[in-house]
Write a protein that binds this ligand. Sequence first.
Ligand SMILES: [Mg+2]
Length: 365
Amino acid sequence: MKIKDVRMEVYEWPLKTPIRNGLYTYTHSQLNLVLVDTDDGVQGIGLAGGILGTPEVGPAILAHFRKGLIGQDPLDHERLWHEMWRPKLVGRRGITTRIIAGVDIALWDIKGKVARMPVYKLLGGYSNRVDTYIAGGYYEEGKGLKELAAEMARNMELGARAVKMKVGGASINEDVERVRVVRETVGPNIKVMVDANNAYRHYEAIEFARKVEKYDLFWFEEPVEPDDYEGQAAITHATSVPVAAGENEYTRYGFKELINKRCVDILQPDALITGGVTEFMKIAALAQASDFDIAPHGSQEVHIHLVAAIPNGLILEYYRDSTNPMHGKVWKNTLQIKDGQVYAPDRHGMGLEPNFEALKPYRVA
Ligand SMILES: [Mg+2]
């Protein structure tokens, strides 16, 4: 079996309303498909982490790797990963690992299709269903405490047993009030997480964490800049709220730092960013050796397989349609929440079936 072609399709569509977290405002959502065709007619579909607003960058980086992939056996994921990553001159982290990730996920899709098995089975098959949480609670124009409470109430109706909200985009005391409202809306038995998206300085994060400890938070995500390892460790030691991070960390080497320095309590690798399935599984194993749990960031369609495969998969992040008009339309099969959990798909490979008809108007590269 040989790789015949590797290409990328980038789609961008506007959100219903711009959403803001602790540091950034988003007006659009992006999907980066990596398609790997083989001489056997099996097609691998992967997802890459991209750059919003600059859709031409991903395909340009992929063009650099493409010539080395054509003619290779797509089942040799370990060798192909290292061949793409070895010339570190193109970058050990950042957009390079995001594109390697897209190719690697497509290779695992091919492997699953050839083996006639879903990827979560192929990787370990620890479980066929995982706990999940609905991510949201963004800042939006005209969205006050009442609207935030309504969003969380809707999450409960959809079967959520855990919810996440943004913090760090308002004053500390305003955010404490927002957390109070969410806790009172969902009641005492639902997990509540907060995510600052790197917005705080470490001393602000400690002040905030101490003020919200009484609301029984499941975790405090990305309190400070990802490179501030000492700051993260200081927060972890200063509060009883578990600290989570990793969506801006790259490769097993980055996670080794987070683990060995005991910077955080929960690790959040994103397979689309950190280097694909191959690298994610190494991070999960490294985490197991130090008794860390994994709660991956984003892309539920890919991460359902990875959380279900491993013994230290804590919970799956799930995005719904509160602001994204394409939720439920991007894929032919949308993962559904039932009693706070999501079932892994039985389809062979990653089970990613893009709805190309619906996506067509939004193709940008
Ligand atoms: Mg986050």
